[in-house]
Design a protein around this ligand. Structure first.
Ligand code: IMP
Ligand code: MG
Length: 172
């Protein structure tokens, strides 16, 4: 039987989102902000974050796959759905569920920079900073962790457990 060890509860998640949203609202006040969610993992985080902001925002999504059904990154990133909104004149924040090796988000950051936005920053709910294999900087995050495979709040294992309201360390 898989074991689920609580990492953060839905109440704690809510508090972290409010703090993060107020920081982003302050940093992007008076600017054209576009949140780009990385599907599928970021859909829950992005919807909570967007509603907690106190500034106007546009929203789009991109879909990238790198993991398949495995627990380790294949390193090969494939863009299976692109954004529809023109990035020119926009300040972009890429919203991810989790940054692990950093390969996915580095690839996406470079890709979006080529579309000539005003700026591109990275926001990830979870920053697994010790596992970084790129020199990428996560600009905004709610939770720093060292190790362990996490599920819930959008994070999946083989497409399961995204719907859990808190985040758990999954032990198989
Ligand atoms: P990276 O390219 O190694 O940074 O991997 C990023 C992607 O891997 C994330 O968008 C997640 O979909 C997935 N991922 C990395 N670590 C975890 C985890 O602990 N639980 C669930 N998915 C993860
Ligand atoms: Mg995933």
């Amino acid at each position: 039987m898989p074991e689920f060890i609580s990492v953060i509860t839905k109440e704690e998640i809510h508090k972290k989102i409010v703090i993060l949203a107020s920081k982003i609202s302050e940093d992007y006040h008076g600017r054209n902000l576009l949140l780009i969610g990385v599907l599928k993992g970021a859909f829950i985080f992005l919807s909570d974050l967007a509603r907690a902001l106190t500034i106007p925002v546009q929203i789009d999504f991109v879909r990238a796959s790198s993991y398949g059904d495995s627990m380790v990154s294949s390193g090969k990133i494939e863009l299976t759905h692109d954004v529809q909104i023109d990035l020119k004149g926009k300040h972009v924040i890429l919203v991810e569920d989790i940054v692990d090796s950093g390969k996915t988000i580095s690839y996406l950051k470079d890709y979006f920079l080529s579309k000539e936005p005003e700026s591109v920053k990275i926001c990830a709910f979870v920053d697994k900073y010790e596992r970084r294999e790129t020199d990428l900087n996560v600009d905004y995050s709610c939770l720093m962790t060292k190790e362990g495979f996490l599920v819930g709040y959008g994070l999946d294992y083989a497409e399961n457990y995204r719907e859990l309201q808190g985040i758990y360390h999954l032990k198989l």
